[in-house]
Design a protein around this ligand. Structure first.
Ligand SMILES: Cc1ncc(COP(=O)(O)O)c(C=O)c1O
Length: 397
């Protein structure tokens, strides 16, 4: 069987692969501490679970409209208005099977063969493969650690061509935790909108912000920008609901309608029960979201303190999300037991095998100097894991 060129041109998600490897080592009895997975370690709040139970008991288990229930679409439109100052009619809103599926659908709906999509690096691992699967060309634009990994306007200007259809902006960012201010984001968004380039604003880490920052939604930065932005969000990270698989988008109606058409011919609707749970998440009390945010900020402070003490390690201070992305390239070229560590893939493998900590190599995010640590794990495990990191790195000579 000759598999399609499309599927042969991508790799499975490296973050899920690291998680699978860490879980199989754990199953074999190895005490692995996982910094690999991008999923909150909290339980979904009780009132959200309760709404799902009620949905089952009430027999709410049939198909729903392919683009989501009117009730959830209204809750999403209300949320955009309330939290982001964005006015989307319900026909400008779609519910998808997770935020990952939202961006996948968008690429399928927007791209023709050879269309270019700008992907600032470090990027979320799934952006380039999604572009490729839609026949597009990811144009990776590196950013700099000294700029807190934020895109420079002159680098963006150089990357734009007549074929540029869209750009991914992800703030707070996975993997760097960097957060754009309105002043930083507006010129970039204006340039894109002026050139007719659509901005996919991935806002999935919206409520996880530190140091008193307020969230900036790209589409709120001006009317022309609004017309050229698709706002992507979901319940996975904000409400510890990764397994429920609900993402959503607001954007220009023709694009949203096109995504709904593809969804109707592929997955049909997102799970009916999860949609009821998502209504409870978006319309119910938000105090659990704040509780989790506070806990993430404490962990960010702790882990940054530990990283600072590691010789040769540098790391911008994350302004949000639950990742740190330290530059550990000072350890490349060093060796253990005669084995030279050349790059982030080998360093991450060494840390898993010798120190029993699971991390994701920066190469997976388009920045080989770094390694990603998710701090969506308990303070106790973070402390133990940082001891192991320090010890593992000190053994490299
Ligand atoms: C930047 C970013 N966008 C979107 C997603 C998708 O999340 P989900 O499909 O669980 O809603 C993730 C998950 O890791 C992410 O990190």
């Amino acid at each position: 069987m000759q598999l399609s060129r499309r599927v042969m041109s991508i790799q499975p998600s490296p973050t899920l692969a690291v998680d699978a490897k860490a879980k199989s080592l754990k199953a074999a009895g190895v005490d692995v501490i996982s910094f690999g997975v991008g999923e909150p370690d909290f339980r979904t709040p009780a009132h959200i679970c309760e709404a799902a139970k009620q949905a089952i008991d009430a027999g709410f288990h049939g198909y729903t409209p392919a683009d989501g229930t009117p009730e959830l679409k209204k809750a999403v439109a209300d949320k955009f208005q309330r939290d982001n100052g964005l006015t989307y009619a319900t026909d400008q809103v779609i519910i998808n099977v997770g935020g990952k599926h939202s961006s996948y659908l968008l690429m399928q709906a927007m791209l023709d063969e050879g269309d270019e999509v700008i992907v600032p690096a470090p990027y979320w691992v799934s952006y380039p493969p999604m572009v490729i699967l839609a026949g597009g060309v990811p144009v990776v634009v590196p950013t700099r650690e000294a700029d807190d990994f934020k895109l420079r306007i002159d680098d963006l200007a150089k990357a734009l061509t007549a074929k540029t259809k869209a750009i991914f902006i992800n703030s707070p960012s996975n993997p760097t935790g960097s957060v754009y201010s309105a002043e930083e984001l507006k010129p970039l968004a204006e340039l894109c909108a002026d050139k007719g380039v659509y901005i996919v604003s991935d806002e999935i880490y919206e409520p996880i912000l530190f140091d008193g920052r307020t969230f900036v939604s790209t589409a709120a930065l001006g009317p022309k920008i609004f017309d050229h932005t698709i706002t992507l969000n979901g319940v996975s990270k904000a409400y510890a609901m990764t397994g429920w698989r609900i993402g959503y988008m607001g954007g220009p109606q023709p694009i949203i309608k096109a995504c709904a058409k593809i969804q109707s011919q592929s997955t049909s609707n997102p799970t009916s029960i999860s949609q009821k749970a998502a209504v409870a998440a978006l319309t119910g009390p938000q105090d659990e979201v704040e509780r989790m945010r506070v806990e993430f900020e404490k962990r960010r402070d702790y882990i940054m303190g530990r990283l600072k003490a590691i010789p040769g390690c540098s790391c911008p201070r994350p302004g949000g999300a639950f990742y740190v992305f330290p530059n550990l390239s000072a350890y490349f070229g060093k060796s253990f037991d005669g084995q030279v560590i050349k790059d982030s893939v080998e360093l991450s493998a060494y840390l898993l095998e010798q120190s029993h900590i699971a991390t994701v190599p920066g190469a997976a995010f388009g920045e080989d100097a770094c390694i990603r640590f998710s701090f969506a794990t308990s303070m106790e495990l973070i402390a133990k894991g940082m001891d192991r990191l320090e010890d593992g790195l000190s053994k490299l000579a």
